[in-house]
Design a protein around this ligand. Structure first.
Ligand code: NAG
Ligand code: NAG
Ligand code: NAG
Ligand code: NAG
Length: 314
């Protein structure tokens, strides 16, 4: 009888031990499988740390057709607010969603950074990383935008990079992109096919022969506004770290495109991306994608005139 009890106790003990081992293993297994299943979010959690501010959005739930990325600085709050009320307002054009985000580097002024954080909380449209925000770091700003697209919004079809001093007509742009009926290997804008480096050392665009020894730049599009399909964003992202840093961001992107064999193309037979300020008329601005050097007040005015004249014939 005692012997039987002893056997029973031992079996129970072995059973319990086995059960515990099994349970622990199961738990281990589950942590592993959870890691596997959720690895994208773990990855984005580590990516998130490289952004000081970034929008809380879910592009996979409601994929945009076009994302507008606007390079801006801390002090351009008024311009950002006007853009938010005009061409940068999130809208459906037909069934195509268009959203706008602003790109910034690190601020040196704590008060302005505080205001920016406030803007980010209110509008959820700020993408910021902590490189020094300067004109010659525009390349880092653009690359940040492309990285953000690749990691947080690869579901978009097209991306546009533009500036704060621009008039952009997203309605006409979407119309032309839909008409084009090509959603991969697209890169378009105001084409610069034969530009040479400026060797005059008084120019803002001065490039020394040490910075760039060749007589000509590769083809690129003016940084005032260019548009590309999201696969091109992935390709640029892929090679951007292997291309030597170059302070003119539009030329730098041209260097990346040359490396991945993407050809620039016009979106229309007529010019639609203007790197200068096109004189304002209703008909001019209905049929353009960009106009450069437009101040916030003018921008608001132009947009309002266009909005109120929707039924007029051209
Ligand atoms: C660009 O940003 C980097 C990183 O913050 C900084 O080291 C560098 O000095 C900046 N360059 C310019 C020209 O401001
Ligand atoms: C768009 O392109 C696809 C194939 O690339 C073609 O089958 C389709 O007919 C085109 N649609 C229009 C409206 O041109
Ligand atoms: C600018 O270029 C001129 C002529 O090439 C040269 O004499 C001058 O020293 C340069 N100035 C600077 C600041 O590099
Ligand atoms: C990125 O580069 C890797 C290695 O060169 C290549 O296998 C991959 O297809 C590239 N991805 C894109 C989107 O070009």
């Amino acid at each position: 009888m005692l012997r039987l009890k002893w056997i029973f106790a031992t079996t129970l003990l072995i059973f319990c031990f086995g059960f515990c081992v099994l349970l622990l293993n199961l738990q281990d297994f589950c942590t592993i499988c959870r890691k596997r299943i959720y690895s994208p979010s773990l990855r984005s959690a580590t990516v998130r740390e490289t952004f000081q501010l970034r929008p809380k959005i879910q592009c996979e739930r409601n994929p945009p057709f076009l994302v507008l990325l606007v390079t801006t600085t801390h002090s351009q709050k008024e311009a950002r607010n006007v853009i938010r009320q005009t061409w940068g307002k999130e809208r459906l054009i037909g069934d195509k969603l268009v959203s706008t985000y602003f790109l910034l580097g690190a601020g040196t002024n704590p008060r302005l950074q505080g205001e920016l954080t406030g803007e980010s909380n209110t509008y959820n449209d700020i993408i910021q990383r902590d490189f020094i925000d300067s004109y010659y770091n525009l390349t880092l700003k653009t690359i940040m935008g492309i990285e953000w697209i690749c990691t947080h919004c690869p579901q978009t079809t097209f991306v546009m990079k533009t500036d704060t001093d621009m008039f952009v007509n997203p309605l006409y742009l979407v119309e032309l992109l839909v008409k084009k009926n090509q959603t991969t290997d697209v890169f378009t804008g105001s084409l610069r096919l034969h530009d040479a480096p400026i060797r005059n050392n008084h120019s803002k665009y001065y490039i020394s022969t040490t910075e760039y020894p060749l007589a000509k730049y590769p083809p690129f599009c003016s940084g005032t506004g260019y548009v590309f399909s999201v696969d091109v964003a992935q390709k640029i992202q892929n090679v951007s770290s292997t291309v030597p840093f170059f302070k003119l961001e539009d030329v730098f992107v041209g260097m990346c495109l040359e490396k991945v064999n993407i050809n620039l193309q016009n979106l229309h037979t007529k010019p639609t991306f203007h790197a200068y300020k096109k004189p304002f008329t209703i008909c001019n601005y209905r049929k353009l994608v960009t106009s450069h050097g437009v101040r916030p007040r003018e921008l608001y005015l132009f947009w309002d005139v266009l909005r109120r004249s929707r039924d007029e014939q051209c």
